[in-house]
Design a protein around this ligand. Structure first.
Ligand SMILES: NC(=O)c1ccc[n+]([C@@H]2O[C@H](COP(=O)([O-])OP(=O)(O)OC[C@H]3O[C@@H](n4cnc5c(N)ncnc54)[C@H](OP(=O)(O)O)[C@@H]3O)[C@@H](O)[C@H]2O)c1
Length: 260
């Protein structure tokens, strides 16, 4: 086995939602594999901390504040990464948000916030990055969906519908852009220990949160919540030449939760 197939040496990656959780872990994993990394989210101080960690791995880093749900901020983001780091070889569409609401009470505002970030922003940022990749003859896009895009979860209809859209967007982009040498794949994480995951337990009374969290972990066939690193490693495989013949696919990384 040739481990150099897992190297990202000489590549430039742009990671959305790169300030914490899965995005931060992916930035570090990619830097350790040899990539220069641009991270983006809304809060610059958090991004600067991650950019410093990337630099500590001996790679170039760039932190750019962007609201990925605002379409007018996407092209300037791509332009800045290209100006500062020279190109974009890999895009990880990881930024995402969720709100909890029964479908019967869903407000248009919550629907729009989730769809604009989790699906529309993902599509149009991919389009802007794909134009750069097409010009240079290839590239790689990794979309972060969720097991919620494959299995109904309540009370988050808008999130589940948007994340199902991410899986179909992956297939549409993969088919149309294969000709340009661009591979597009998707990861559907299960429960991963991050701020976003913790938010669901904040709905419960404070003295019951820890117990509910423990019970939720026990319902997962592997009996535990995943670590952000476990999604980052799957993303590294998809980004590297090791996955050179894969496109349009969705990987569930979920401790077996879709099995039950
Ligand atoms: N954790 C899980 O159990 C789980 C399960 C399935 C899928 N996922 C998916 O995994 C992805 C990462 O989630 P996570 O768990 O790592 O969550 P997280 O720790 O809450 O991180 C979310 C990231 O997205 C950024 N972000 C939020 N709104 C943004 C916006 N409008 N524009 C740009 N960036 C924005 C946040 O930074 P700022 O606040 O600074 O903007 C942060 O960097 C999401 O797509 C999520 O749906 C997570």
């Amino acid at each position: 086995m040739d481990l150099s197939q897992f190297s990202l040496e000489g590549k430039v990656a742009l990671i959305t939602g790169g300030s914490r959780g899965i995005g931060e872990a992916t930035a570090i994993a990619f830097a350790r594999a040899g990539a220069d990394v641009a991270v983006t989210s809304r809060k610059l101080p958090d991004l600067e901390r991650v950019a410093d960690s990337v630099r500590n791995e001996g790679r170039r880093a760039l932190a750019v504040a962007t609201h990925v749900g605002r379409m007018d901020q996407l092209q300037p983001l791509v332009d800045e990464v290209v100006a500062e780091l020279g190109t974009i070889d890999i895009l990880v569409n990881n930024a995402g948000t969720n709100f909890f609401s029964p479908a019967i009470e869903m407000e248009e505002r919550a629907w729009d916030a989730v769809f604009n970030l989790d699906l529309k922003g993902l599509f149009f940022l991919s389009q802007a990055a794909a134009r750069v990749m097409k010009e240079k003859g290839g590239g790689n896009i990794i979309n972060i969906s969720s097991v919620s895009g494959l299995k109904v979860q309540v009370p988050t209809a808008h999130y589940s519908i948007a994340k199902a859209g991410v899986i179909m967007a992956t297939k549409c982009m993969a088919l149309e852009w294969a000709d340009f040498g661009i591979r597009v794949n998707c990861i559907a994480p299960g429960a991963i220990e991050t701020k976003l995951y913790g938010a669901i337990f904040e709905l419960a009374p404070e003295d019951q949160q820890a117990k509910q969290k423990e019970q939720a972990a026990r319902r997962i066939p592997m009996q535990r919540v995943g670590e952000p690193r476990e999604i980052a490693d799957a993303a590294l495989f998809l980004a590297a030449n090791a996955a050179s013949y894969m496109t349009g696919q969705t990987f569930a990384v979920d401790g077996g939760s879709l099995l039950s």
